[in-house]
Design a protein around this ligand. Sequence first.
Ligand code: SAJ
Length: 415
Amino acid sequence: MSKAINKVSVIGLGYIGLPTAAVIASRGINVVGVDVSQNAVDTINAGKIHIVEPDLDMVVQAAVTTGKLKATLTPEAADVFVIAVPTPFKDGRKPDLSYIQAAAEAIAPVLEKNNLIILESTSPVGATEQLAKWIKELRPDLSNPLDNASSADLFIAHCPERVLPGRVLEELVTNDRIIGGLSAACAQKALALYSVFVRGECIVTNARTAEMAKLTENSFRDVNIAFANELSMICDELHINVWELIKLANRHPRVNILSPGPGVGGHCIAVDPWFIVDSAPETAKIIRAAREINDSKPHYVINKIKQAADEFKRPVIACLGLAFKADIDDLRESPALDIAQQLAKQAVGEIIAVEPNISALPESLASLNITLMSLEDAMSKANIVVVLVDHSEFKSLSLEIIKNKIVIDTRGLIQ
Ligand code: SAJ
């Protein structure tokens, strides 16, 4: 059997890499986190965190204080390398693997016989094989599982992350994991690492299936949200309350419609389905259509707001929420932010933003004519109220407070 894992290196200390590094370190394994950002490295080595995630600060502080976790700019030798770098898309919505390639180049000089390399980044089908090819070019002296499945010097696997932002620490441990090896031996070796901290089931498959499984999960959600978003637009046309409709339809034992919204945000669900479309452009018809529907929803909401604004000489529009979903402070790829920004750019009226999870407007809004206000102040000024995020704080809105205002509720919060 393989020797024990003494040292793990995690490449990329972001939303996935840092919690993963900290949790592995909390199991008593020495972890070296590697990041290109000096600020991230310094912050972590001071026992602090540079991202927002509940309870992560405590776990990182404990791991750093006990000496089990440290961060560096340059990789050093280890038993296992976990790659958790971004995989955005570039022009033409083609997957951009340059961060994975950069990670391969960074670890190549310190790789040793029997090392395990795990790709956790969400990746298009074939990315793990591509990673193995890059490693092979950089280290031809180490035999690669692509050439020698049963007794290679290196082990390479894909184990996609599946944690929900806001519940990362819990889901890292409790979610089932899919482990896709470039060979059966690679998968078994990776299983040994995940067995250290995962309480969910770890299921072994090949790398291509694991890559596709992750893309499928996020596409499934995207298609189902698109269905809800399309329903919401049909219901507007037919003068039906979509929220009541969905509640009723969901009474059927085999129907479970998700919630419409102002669009789909975040860096996963709005991106990953394009990786499938890119791999099978002629065949991935529903997946492409779903992406287009969800991407069109912010424009639809903006048009509704403009129609409402036409009724007023000086419309004052309160946008409730800027984050990409409820009860988080993450504004990246947020349809709510996009809508507020477009309203201000198009000078639709006086724009007020209410976002209880931030203390200052992000740069993209700061230069525009938008004011950040408390819910109470916004309600006293606005004549149009647009609910963009279903934050807990907004659930206190009563029909009394909004009775003389036009309400555009994209989240079904005020019923
Ligand atoms: N949304 C709706 N209606 C819904 C559900 C969500 O409009 O009924 C919107 C949200 O408001 C948000 C977007 O969709 O703008 C995405 O939010 P989310 O909560 O569905 O998902 P993410 O992006 O935070 O995390 C997803 C998760 N994937 C799945 O649930 C299949 C998570 O498990 C993944 O690990 C993560 O993507 C990832 O990193 O890929």
